[in-house]
Ligand binder design. Structure first.
Ligand SMILES: O=P(O)(O)OC[C@H]1O[C@H](OP(=O)(O)OP(=O)(O)O)[C@H](O)[C@@H]1O
Ligand SMILES: Nc1ncnc2[nH]cnc12
Length: 176
């Protein structure tokens, strides 16, 4: 019987030189073709977070796909972290660098309460810039990041080093 990591690895598609030369892009969208695999991934995230989390924040756009399902299976709210200009006020913003560019993200500050225990969820941890900027948004709201969760972690980009100061609880389904 294959492990969850093996099933994910068998399903992902590697795309060379996308969206820029030199980037090996991990296309996660084939996971969504497979309901059984997706349900097993979500169940694993839920099991690793149970009892620890008051709110799940998902990062646009691929962090929304399992993020809202994880939140609602945990029985907690789901809050969107979006690219700049997409959310109505009141918002707070953070800028950051990506593996292939730079960006600004925002959150609706009314939806995170001081002292909330927050999970930040996304599909891929690459350089960690997006997740770190997300964690700063949560701290600006007076809340605490208690867990990061990702489907994939790209070890060679060392994103974990940017996240450890927020929490040691970093859940990933597969590392490359
Ligand atoms: O760890 P980092 O170097 O910050 O990179 C990870 C981020 O990059 C990708 O998002 P992208 O900007 O491609 O947006 P998308 O999810 O809307 O495709 C991915 O979904 C993460 O959000
Ligand atoms: N190499 C990569 N593949 C897929 N998504 C990414 N986000 C950042 N780097 C990525």
């Amino acid at each position: 019987m294959k492990t969850l990591a093996q099933r994910i690895d068998d399903t992902l598609v590697n795309v060379a030189d996308f969206p820029k030369p030199g980037v090996l892009y991990k296309d996660i969208t084939p996971l969504f073709l497979n309901p059984d695999l997706s349900n097993d991934i979500i169940a694993e995230f839920v099991a690793r977070a149970k009892g620890k989390i008051d709110v799940v924040c998902g990062i646009e756009s691929r962090g929304f796909l399992y993020g809202i399902q994880i939140a609602h299976q945990l029985g907690v709210p789901f809050v969107l972290i979006r690219k700049a200009g997409k959310l109505p006020p009141p918002t707070i913003a953070q800028s950051y660098d990506l593996e292939y560019g730079s960006a600004t993200i925002e959150i609706n500050s009314n939806y995170i309460q001081p002292h909330d225990r927050v999970m930040i969820h996304d599909d891929v941890l690459a350089t960690g810039g997006t997740a770190e900027a997300s964690a700063r948004l949560i701290e600006q709201c007076g809340a605490k990041v208690c867990q990061f969760s990702f489907i994939i972690q790209l070890d060679f980009l060392d994103g974990v080093s940017k996240l450890k100061s927020f929490t040691d609880d970093i859940v990933t389904m597969i590392s490359y």
